[in-house]
Design a protein around this ligand. Structure first.
Ligand code: ZN
Length: 451
């Protein structure tokens, strides 16, 4: 008899009765299909007690629909996972670890995803006790959403040259992550670069890491899945898969919509850290920078769409993705509302900048939450002393990131400014030496790129 049943010997008789009921009423399709846990649960008898308890307490969870049972099991795993992620977010890794270990012991058919998380929490907890030394200056790299189908992105239409310049492919990004990890970079939270009171007495904080590790920040711009890119081999949104992982929705070669974790930057980094938890320092992930004019994360949540049939669903779905991403340690950043050309040629007036910030705060902040981080569209964060820069800081964005190959960090009393190095076709083709400290361009660059 499994240990769990022995522990609740008083329930054994009802369990057997209920088992007979369950087996009799189980449709044959429970044996086949995507979710085979139904049969497995019965045979293992692990969750039988749960069903019986529900039955005895009069709850309505003993369905004879295997798909519904599967959904309920997934739901309970997801709820547990959210609870341990919440602990981890508050750096309570040991508690998160122990709770997950207990759950997995009771659920022998737990997904490989949950099993990997046990190790993730163990590693992040152990990091606290490692000997630390002052780390070298933090580095900051950024990319955009990855090209999944190079054939579509590089089809020589008028967008092709832009994609070749400003994007990386999925294949390149996978290789870059592995090389960053092999070269002992470790992801940190950008907020850990500063200490003191925001806005009045900010100061640079010392980063301490195990000897030989270099702190790294990764940010991803325009994670909006703009409509102009939708037919060019990019994902169409971020979503949550059946394993409660952050995934992307993308079209396969036949044009069919799929959900996967190996397509696009956010799920790929999430999955990579799950397999290599020590790539993250104490649970830090990346920064997702979004505009607002076409909604957020592939959901068309801009007010112009309020009358559409899918608006309410889109709004609920995007909030759920954001909630999960934040629970998993991701940061969100404003990338301006409009990404307007006035930021490119620097002609935007102070009024235009203020209006842009106000619109982002009104439409996007309710979805992604408050953030201190502003990532300048076209790299523009305005010069020191410029009223347009004051407008950003005054709006609460006291961590400002532009584009600067040297990745300079500057801290004043009121703000942290950090330059970022763009990882894209332009850099790989024109100035590979700048990328050499991070990865080997020659072996990384996708042969599918135009020559
Ligand atoms: Zn941008």
């Amino acid at each position: 008899m499994p240990m769990r049943l022995r522990a609740v010997a008083g329930l054994v008789v009802p369990v057997v009765i209920a088992m007979a009921f369950i087996c009799e009423s189980t449709p044959a399709r429970a044996e086949t299909g995507e979710c085979t846990t139904w049969t497995a649960q019965i045979l293992n008898q692990t969750d039988a007690t749960r069903f019986v308890s529900a039955l005895l307490s009069g709850q309505d969870s003993l369905s004879d629909d295997p798909e519904l049972i599967c959904e309920q099991l997934r739901q309970s795993a997801a709820e547990l996972e959210d609870a341990v992620d919440e602990l981890a977010l508050h750096q309570r890794f040991a508690e998160a670890h122990d709770r997950l270990v207990a759950y997995v012991a009771d659920h022998p058919d737990s997904s490989s995803h949950l099993l990997a998380k046990v190790e993730e929490f163990r590693v992040w907890d152990a990091q606290e006790r490692l000997p630390l030394v002052p780390a070298p200056a933090a580095k900051h790299l950024f990319t955009h959403s990855t090209i999944i189908q190079t054939r579509l992105a590089f089809d020589r239409d008028f967008e092709s040259a832009g994609y070749d310049k400003w994007m990386v492919t999925t294949r390149e990004f996978a290789s870059i992550l592995q090389q960053l990890y092999d070269r002992k970079y470790v992801l940190i939270d950008i907020r850990s670069l500063v200490a003191g009171s925001p806005g009045v007495a900010l100061r640079q904080a010392e980063i301490r890491l195990p000897a030989g590790r270099t702190p790294l920040i990764l940010s991803f711009d325009d994670v909006n899945y703009y409509t102009y890119m939708s037919k060019d081999g990019f994902a169409v949104n971020l979503t949550i898969d059946d394993d409660h992982e952050i995934a992307s929705t993308y079209r396969d070669d036949t044009g069919k919509l799929n959900i996967g974790t190996q397509q696009d930057v956010v799920p790929m980094l999430e999955e990579f850290i799950l397999q290599h938890p020590d790539f993250s320092w104490r649970g830090a992930k990346g920064i997702i920078a979004v505009t607002g004019y076409e909604g957020v994360l592939g959901y068309r949540t801009q007010p112009a769409n309020k009358q559409t049939a899918r608006y309410a669903t889109d709004m609920a779905d995007v909030r759920e993705v954001v909630r999960l991403a934040k629970l998993r340690g991701w940061q969100f950043a404003s990338h301006s509302y409009s990404h307007g050309s006035g930021w490119f040629d620097k002609t935007a007036t102070i009024g235009a900048v203020r209006a842009d910030v106000a619109r982002w705060k009104a439409e996007v902040e309710p979805i992604v939450g408050q953030t201190r981080v502003f990532i300048g569209p076209f790299g523009t964060i305005w010069n020191d002393g410029d009223a347009r820069r004051f407008a950003l800081v005054a709006a609460g964005f006291d961590i400002l990131c532009g584009v600067d190959a040297a990745q300079t960090i500057r801290v004043t009393k009121s703000s942290l400014t950090m330059g970022r190095l763009n990882v894209d076709g332009f850099r790989m083709k024109r100035t590979p030496a700048l990328l050499a400290p991070f990865f080997d361009v020659r072996s990384t660059i996708d042969p599918a790129r135009p020559r």
